[in-house]
Design a protein around this ligand. Sequence first.
Ligand code: DQA
Length: 146
Amino acid sequence: MKILVINGPNINMLGIREPGIYGKNTFADLLQLLQDTAKALNIEVEQYQSNHEGDIVDKIQWAYGKVDGIVINPAAYTHTSVAILDALKSVSIPAVEVHISDVDSREAFRQISYAGLACCKTIKGHGLDGYREAIVYLDQLLNHKI
Ligand code: DQA
């Protein structure tokens, strides 16, 4: 089983950007968490981060026929990108949306999620652990355990 984890703009700045909101753990810590989760579940996890909307669309299209599930934190593009929503709908790969912060308790413009409309589950406000939860959820879903 192969899961693709996609992170959008500024997620590579974890540990530096707004630690009061996103925590002190770094992007390198997140990559380690993904690898640890993959090992624990005995699955393959590939990670991709980009600050560019079209590159994220390209990566989602690339995933067609190659991965079993997608975990996506589109970051700021969550609230603006119909293109990422359409890409997720195009490939029909089971996808889980993750947000490190609790977007519901933040600014009004963060309450809208386009990408979330194409996702079977959303995890928000659980910090970096949300990624582990999302991978575990997809593993169970794809193994018909839920
Ligand atoms: C975020 C929330 C978004 O509103 C924000 O633009 C981000 C990160 C999160 O993980 O909490 O960049 O997706």
